[in-house]
Ligand binder design. Structure first.
Ligand code: MG
Length: 201
């Protein structure tokens, strides 16, 4: 399986990163070794500025390539929350030099994922989520603020990359990203239910 991550999918986050709004989805990937399913995240030695990015995650149900947007809904039925951990200091260096982002984004355990999945049928018209750092709200997101919808994303990505059953799509983070340090706790809730609890060790 692979993890596809969308960058700059919320206008307010693009603004806080001093980035231009994308005209088509921007994506990068994390390998399977980035997945973290325990409550403990160990702060990597190679960064001094590790940022959380809380994101809605879609799970792909079946194989597809060149998926038309109008059929995209048939390729997923569940969603959850994850953190796209980012070594911001390394990412800034990569950006300046025009280099790929892998060392900043794709390292081991850089993709903590909740075990709890919601059915897309439970959604009326929008999905809201929230991230708390040490009990204080730091990110509030709503799917209605996404620049590119789930269906847009699936159609676009599948032009380039075949999607397979079990693949995950991190759909971008809202504004409020920030640094964590050892001893911090992150709790994320989706549609009012706390489903991710992570200790930074
Ligand atoms: Mg992200």
């Amino acid at each position: 399986m692979k993890i596809i991550c969308i960058g700059r999918n919320y206008a307010e986050h693009a603004k806080e990163m001093n980035a231009q709004l994308p005209t088509s989805p921007l994506f990068f990937m994390k390998p399977e070794s980035a997945l973290l399913r325990t409550r403990d995240f160990f702060y990597p030695k190679f960064t001094n500025d590790l940022h959380y990015e809380c994101e809605i995650v879609l799970k792909i149900d079946k194989v597809g390539k060149n998926i038309q947007e109008k059929f995209a809904k048939t390729y997923y039925s569940s969603f959850s929350l994850g953190i796209d951990f980012t070594a911001r200091d390394l990412q800034e260096k990569c950006k300046k030099k025009g280099l790929p982002w892998e060392i900043a984004k794709s390292f081991d355990q850089s993709a903590p994922l909740s075990e709890h999945w919601f059915s897309i049928n439970e959604v009326k018209d929008q999905i809201d989520f929230e991230l708390k750092l040490n009990g204080k709200s730091v990110q509030k997101g709503n799917s209605k603020d996404m620049i590119f919808s789930f269906d847009n994303i699936i159609s676009y990505v599948s032009k380039y990359v075949t999607l397979k059953r079990g693949d995950l799509i991190f759909t971008g983070t809202p504004s409020g990203v920030g640094a964590v340090k050892i001893g911090d706790n992150l709790k994320a809730s989706l549609m009012g239910k706390e489903i991710l609890n992570l200790n930074i060790r």
